[in-house]
Ligand binder design. Sequence first.
Ligand SMILES: [Zn+2]
Length: 227
Amino acid sequence: MESQKNVIFFGAPGVGKGTQSKKLSEELDIPHIDTGSLIREAITSESPLGIKAKSFVEEGKLVPDELVIDMIREKLIFQKNKGFKGFVLDGFPRTIGQATALDNLLGLLKFKITKVINVQAPEEILIGRLSSRRTCTNKSCGTIYNVITQKPAKEGLCDHCGSPLYQRKDDSVEASKQRLEEYHTKTAPLEKYYRDKKIVADIDGTKSPDEVFQDIIELLNSPAPVK
Ligand SMILES: [Zn+2]
């Protein structure tokens, strides 16, 4: 029980949360759970939950929280039977309702969240990162580049297919500002929820991805209490 790493990742768009959480799941050999993949997997496997989820997706509706929680339950029970070491939740919960539903589920399974990792960076840095994204215009390729950190070999052209790159509307400075604002408005209550439980650990997301990852590993291995 003590050695379990049951981790939730928090982080604004552009902070590298997706990359870090996947890397952590590989390093610790524990499942990376993000709701998008969870729903896609369930639908592909045509499990009873997947069939239910499919009807919502086909109608263009959001998959209800209860169904997502049921999918997480299935995934965790499956892991529990294999010898449970932990999990990494990425992008879930997003609301207090989801957080309490998750707590109830974990309580039933006799698990609890060990850390909420909050990767942080100032807004200017995030806007800079988001607005430097470029996407391949070839729809069947769609490779994403970054003119600062992940340049294509030939400026403005895709390494894989040679098609021109463009900036998606979502990645403009204005749209990036808006995405960040929405993120903070939505997650502020949730952040407080976990801060009150004293399990949130802030990580400096301005460092290089490798340094950020090192900090996360150190944090998870240190017994020191967090704020
Ligand atoms: Zn391409």
